[in-house]
Design a protein around this ligand. Structure first.
Ligand code: SF4
Ligand code: SF4
Length: 285
């Protein structure tokens, strides 16, 4: 079973919930950190890393000897990743590739009439595998300055197997990286906080999950602060509230020391295990 943990916005406690779920399940789980722009589950898991793989993206390389500066590649690229500068008096034109903007779609290579574009690989990040006690751990890391996280996320997911319960810590938001991370999940846990911003982003996240047809429930973190509108929204729309984590200074302090809830407050372990059991019943139905 694959459970992804997502949130419409950052800072809601998504990683807190992912890590706590994984640590509660112990050797019956694998934790996959797909928040590749800022992976931080490792701070709490403290895994022993045993394997590392580079992640490369395909980018075009121009053969200036063959290129006739026709401009076709620049017109075709949806992402403005190629610019063709025509010849000017006394200045030779050139075709320039902006690799960081390239999405590797291959359209420019396909349509170049002079076969002047080849593929080349460029390292954009890495995947690391490891463990803590019996808990399996995989994380992706996108290199600083790179914009394309989905290829790294896909490489991370290729290396997971769903034999055990897989917990995916997804990136925050509702854009392409989140879709890449949660695609294929059996269930999604949406972590939110009971504030107007939290509710606004929760609504966006639920709309995404409805479109992707992934069943979901909500964890309200820092329950007790803010207002009751998030709970009212869930009740009105028939969204299960899987758990409420109270707003407690001790939990925040524990987080700031790189400790998970279940390590410092073991009374929560039962609630996290129960949450997974309830999700399993729902998914198997
Ligand atoms: S399409 Fe090919 S020939 Fe035309 S500008 Fe681009 S690389 Fe050069
Ligand atoms: S591979 Fe696609 S995204 Fe990259 S430069 Fe060519 S057309 Fe643009």
């Amino acid at each position: 079973m694959i459970i992804s943990v997502a949130s419409g916005k950052g800072g809601t406690g998504k990683t807190t919930v992912s890590v706590s779920l994984a640590l509660s399940l112990k050797d019956k789980a694998k934790l996959i950190d797909c928040d590749v722009e800022e992976p931080n589950a490792h701070i709490f898991i403290k895994p022993i890393i045993t394997e590392e793989y580079p992640v490369c993206a395909i980018v075009p390389e121009i053969d200036s000897g063959k290129c006739k500066l026709c401009g076709k590649c620049g017109e075709i690229c949806e992402y403005n990743a190629i610019a063709v500068m025509p010849d000017k008096p006394g200045v030779k034109g050139q075709t320039i590739v902006f690799s960081e903007l390239c999405h590797g779609c291959g359209a420019c290579m396909y349509f170049c009439p002079k076969l002047a574009i080849k593929e080349k690989e460029r390292k954009i990040g890495l995947v690391q595998k490891g463990y803590r006690a019996g808990l399996g751990f995989i994380q992706g890391k996108l290199n600083i300055g790179e914009a394309m996280s989905p290829p790294v996320i896909r490489e991370v997911k290729k290396r997971m197997s769903a034999e055990t319960t897989v917990i995916i810590d997804a990136p925050p938001g509702t854009t392409c990286p989140v879709i890449a991370a949660i695609n294929g999940s059996d269930y999604c846990v949406l972590v939110t906080e009971p504030t107007p911003f939290g509710l606004n982003d929760l609504v966006l996240a639920t709309e995404l999950l409805e479109k992707m047809k992934i069943p979901y429930g909500v964890v309200i973190n820092r329950s007790g602060m803010g207002d009751g509108k998030t709970m009212a929204y869930c009740q009105k729309n028939g969204i299960p509230v899987l758990m409420e984590i109270p707003f407690r200074k001790e939990i925040a302090m524990s987080y700031s020391r790189g400790r998970s809830i279940v390590e410092d407050f073991p009374e929560y372990e039962k609630s996290f295990i129960q949450m997974v059991d309830n999700i399993r019943v729902y998914v198997e139905k």
